[in-house]
Design a protein around this ligand. Structure first.
Ligand SMILES: NC(=O)c1ccc[n+]([C@@H]2O[C@H](COP(=O)([O-])OP(=O)(O)OC[C@H]3O[C@@H](n4cnc5c(N)ncnc54)[C@H](O)[C@@H]3O)[C@@H](O)[C@H]2O)c1
Ligand SMILES: CC(=O)N[C@@H]1[C@@H](OP(=O)(O)OP(=O)(O)OC[C@H]2O[C@@H](n3ccc(=O)[nH]c3=O)[C@H](O)[C@@H]2O)O[C@H](CO)[C@@H](O)[C@@H]1O
Length: 420
């Protein structure tokens, strides 16, 4: 059975590119989002998020009549769920968006449909989703009861695209397909093969769920190693970037880079899903999270020390000092300030600083209101000329290009090793 209509539920950083990828292969796609502004924007052929090349693909998909957005699901042959899965309370996965999405599509499910969960989820989430669907639609059979013979096929297929390279990685990356039965996996592979150039690698749903969490935990643990080294090296008077470059000359050593902490919507969140389910066993994964989350506070301590040194060598009072934070985004060369360790450092500095706190972020025109109440967005040139203390937080290309001769201040905290 072919897929005549594909429905993507949740039109954010993952759902919208996925919907656009199917639509650009002349598949009729209905994108569903509870956010009226997102729906209206997409239906105008525009986008509400920043991702290279996505605007062009969405525009042509909407103009060609292949993609349209709506607030509520209607009948389709395949449903992909890409809604948020944040944590709540003490780092417990919050599945309320997935549940709401599943219940909304349950109303329009029909025999032969395929339901795919793409949202990053704890182990067992797909089985749970299948239960919610079965309870909502007792007239249909599901894989947990009917196996290969089920009316509805269900799979967990995680997304692993890198923000900033989504339109390339969506198509080129291999995709893990975790069907609740072999038939479910076969149907899911058939669906992704509409646009996928990478390989569909088949497993079961629980392994696929764990695979996504494992990938991001692996990166978090490795960044934590680099961040821990940076603390040790500061204490020992060793340049951590030189050290890592030297160690990486070993043929089997490949250490990542330290920084002000780990941000984004994935790496700082997903490892907690493993910790929440296996708190006793997941000791390394939990510690990595704690090391990375602790880094902004360590950076503040470095700023305090540097400001004290600066004051000791100048006739200015603390209230007259200007501290400039370079970079607010959660990683280089993007404008995304959400879940950013650089933002955390800027807030910590501004809350503590008796003088003025300046922030430099060449990728945005304004800063969030809360930060604007305590810090001022200034140009790179102003900060370089007039700030007393410089705090390097994000290695944006503009900052890396600064000529050392332009930097007159000796009072620098460099969390990225850019101005070493
Ligand atoms: N952004 C990434 O880089 C990335 C990469 C891999 C996996 N993921 C995972 O993919 C999932 C989605 O992430 P995202 O970054 O696209 O999130 P996002 O916040 O950008 O988009 C989610 C969208 O879902 C909508 N939504 C919420 N509840 C809904 C409902 N009941 N029905 C319809 N729409 C609903 C929201 O309005 C929003 O537009 C998460 O589980 C995330 O962990 C994200
Ligand atoms: C396993 C993996 O690669 N997963 C990727 C990741 O995407 P991301 O954009 O969140 O990932 P990063 O680029 O690693 O950035 C995260 C934070 O770590 C900081 N960092 C990074 C490298 C380093 O050496 N030192 C650092 O300090 C950086 O500044 C930033 O704050 O999750 C997505 C969603 O699940 C995946 O889809 C995507 O494949």
């Amino acid at each position: 059975m072919s897929f005549n209509i594909i429905s993507v539920i949740g039109l954010g950083y993952i759902g919208l590119p996925t919907a656009a990828a199917f639509a650009s292969h002349q598949k009729k796609v209905i994108g569903i989002d509870i956010n009226q502004r997102a729906v209206d924007t997409i239906n105008r052929g525009e986008i509400h998020i920043v991702e290279p090349d996505l605007d062009r693909v969405v525009k042509s998909a909407v103009e060609g009549g292949w993609l349209q957005a709506a607030l509520k699901p209607t009948a389709a042959d395949a449903f992909l769920i890409a809604v948020p899965t944040p944590f709540k309370g003490d780092h417990q996965p919050d599945m309320c968006y997935v549940q709401a999405a599943a219940l909304s599509l349950a109303e329009v499910l029909k025999k032969g449909d395929l339901v795919i969960l793409e949202s990053t989820s704890p182990v067992g989430a797909t089985e749970q989703m299948a239960e919610w669907l079965a309870e909502a639609r007792p007239d249909l059979t599901f894989p947990q009861q009917a196996g290969e013979q089920a009316d509805i096929n269900i799979a967990y297929c995680p997304e692993r695209v890198l923000p900033g390279q989504v339109m390339v990685e969506l198509i080129k990356n291999d995709r893990v397909i975790g069907g609740m039965s072999p038939v479910c996996s076969a149907r899911a592979s058939e669906l992704y093969n509409i646009f996928l150039e990478g390989e569909c690698v088949i497993t079961n749903a629980r392994t696929a769920e764990m695979c996504k969490l494992t990938e991001n935990s692996f990166r978090d643990v490795n960044i934590a190693f680099a961040n821990e080294l940076s603390l040790i090296c500061a204490d020992q008077g060793i340049n951590v970037w030189e050290l890592i470059a030297l160690a990486n000359r070993h043929p089997r050593v490949n250490i990542l880079q330290p920084g002000p902490g780990v941000g984004g919507h994935c790496i700082a969140v997903d490892p907690w899903f493993i910790v929440a389910q296996n708190p006793t066993q997941a000791r390394l994964i939990r510690t990595a999270r704690e090391v990375n989350d602790g880094k902004p506070h360590w950076v503040l301590d470095q700023v305090k020390r540097t400001v004290a040194d600066c004051l000791a060598h100048s006739d200015k009072r603390a209230s007259e000092l200007k501290v400039a934070c370079f970079g607010l985004a959660f990683k280089p060369n993007i404008d995304d300030l959400r879940e950013s360790p650089a933002m955390s450092v800027a807030h910590l500095v501004a809350d503590w600083n008796a003088g003025e706190t300046w922030v430099v972020e060449p990728n945005v025109k304004s800063i969030p209101e809360k930060l604007a109440n305590e810090a001022t967005l200034v140009s790179m040139e102003t900060a370089l000329q007039h700030a007393d203390v410089l705090v390097m937080l994000v290695d944006h290309q503009q900052f890396k290009a600064i000529d050392g001769a332009q930097i007159n201040q000796p009072w620098i905290v460099d969390t990225k090793g850019v101005w070493r």
